[in-house]
Design a protein around this ligand. Structure first.
Ligand SMILES: C[S@@+](CC[C@H](N)C(=O)[O-])C[C@H]1O[C@@H](n2cnc3c(N)ncnc32)[C@H](O)[C@@H]1O
Ligand code: SF4
Length: 347
């Protein structure tokens, strides 16, 4: 049947051949994704598919409850696009929903989390998560500039880990990056906070973004002296609408470095055992990010697409729009000893 028909029409023969070629290509793509570990195929599934498969558990969540900041880091990928912060009771309601859905670790981030109500809003959430929700791990990532000793005195007991960001041990480089407020020393402050962490029994962590301004620096001596429980080293990442593209508040293109230069930085610091590297690939979809409205942010398309708020539709519905790649989360070592009770720290 087929042969005589196609022989009679070269056009039909061409169309059939193209159809076969298309199917072969699709099959090839599918096999390619499977052999890469299936992570892309899984992440690309539609939200409905993800819901059918059973929603992801929000084991470790990053809540960027404010976008406001007192620093001006030129590469920042979570900028002050709004000044909105949820009322405390609403934020607590959301945190309880997350706990009931399986959350074990919460990380408070921003903007600068110690800015809103001079850190009291943050302190009350930290206290609620540890004392009332009994979460195994409560952590904060901060630029450190607004932290007072009185905060540790009041809330230190409820905090497992404090991460402070520092991209350079040269003040001039910090000024160039924008990681500074006026002429205040970011580095002196970092050392002061390190001391308070020890005094108030909070695990100290360090975060650095490798970019064009610090890529040739050797930070080994300072990091060894500070002795953090983890040193997260990020390759500077671009996110459309945040630090790249027309609607963005920052233009981070001039901070971006290649894979090779990032690897050079890692090689120079190979003797620092607490170093945890995060390339762009590892970082992009391996964080569950909640914004100031408690919406999950999906970074798969190179920008931050928001879900509906967990306060309106619940965690199970909203998380299907998070774009979260659980496999990459585990691969980048996202699950570690994150409760200070389980750490062998020298207090
Ligand atoms: C957005 S900040 C918010 C918390 C706080 N203001 C701070 O700087 O630590 C959270 C973390 O993201 C890092 N970060 C910001 N922009 C980045 C970028 N473009 N690429 C990689 N990491 C980035 C910061 O250095 C910080 O460690
Ligand atoms: S990375 Fe810099 S600008 Fe962005 S929130 Fe943190 S301190 Fe502020």
């Amino acid at each position: 049947m087929f042969l005589p028909t196609v022989a009679a029409s070269p056009k039909l023969l061409l169309r059939r051949c193209l159809g076969v070629l298309q199917r072969v290509l699709c099959l090839f793509l599918q096999v390619y994704r499977w052999t890469r570990g299936g992570s892309e195929a899984r992440v690309e599934g539609s939200p409905e598919e993800r819901l059918r498969q059973g929603a992801t558990t929000p084991t470790s969540v990053n809540y960027h409850f404010t976008r406001k900041c007192n620093y001006k880091c030129g590469f920042c990928f979570h900028t002050a696009k709004t000044s909105f912060v949820l009322p405390l009771e609403e934020a607590k309601r959301g945190l309880k929903l997350l706990k009931d859905s399986g959350m074990e670790k919460i990380n408070f981030s921003g903007g600068e989390p110690f800015l809103h109500e001079k850190g009291d809003f943050l302190g009350k959430m930290v206290q609620y998560c540890k004392r009332d929700l009994q979460l195994p791990s409560v952590s904060i990532v901060s630029n450190g500039s607004m932290i007072k000793e009185s905060w540790f005195h009041k809330y230190g007991d409820y905090l497992d880990i404090l991460a402070v960001s520092c991209d350079s041990f040269d003040e001039a480089t910090n000024q160039l990056i924008g990681r500074a407020q006026g002429r205040k020393s970011h580095i002196e402050n970092l050392y002061k906070i390190r001391g308070w962490c020890q005094q108030y029994k909070v695990a100290f962590k360090l975060n650095s973004v490798v970019n064009t301004f610090n890529v040739d620096e050797d930070m080994t001596a300072h990091v060894t002296e500070l002795n953090p429980v983890r040193w997260k080293v990020f390759q500077c990442l671009l996110i459309d609408g945040e630090n790249a593209g027309e609607a963005a508040l920052r233009e981070a293109e001039r901070f971006v470095i290649s894979e090779e230069r990032f690897q050079g930085f890692l090689d120079r610091h190979r003797n620092v055992s607490c170093l945890v590297p995060e390339s762009n690939e590892k970082m992009r979809n391996s964080y569950l990010i909640l914004d100031e409205y408690m919406r999950f942010l999906d970074c798969r398309r190179g920008r931050k697409d928001p879900s509906k708020s967990i306060l309106d539709v619940g965690v199970k519905q909203a998380i299907c729009f998070s774009g979260f790649d659980e496999k990459m989360f585990l691969m980048r070592g996202g699950k570690y000893v994150w409760s200070k009770a389980d750490m062998k720290l020298e207090w």
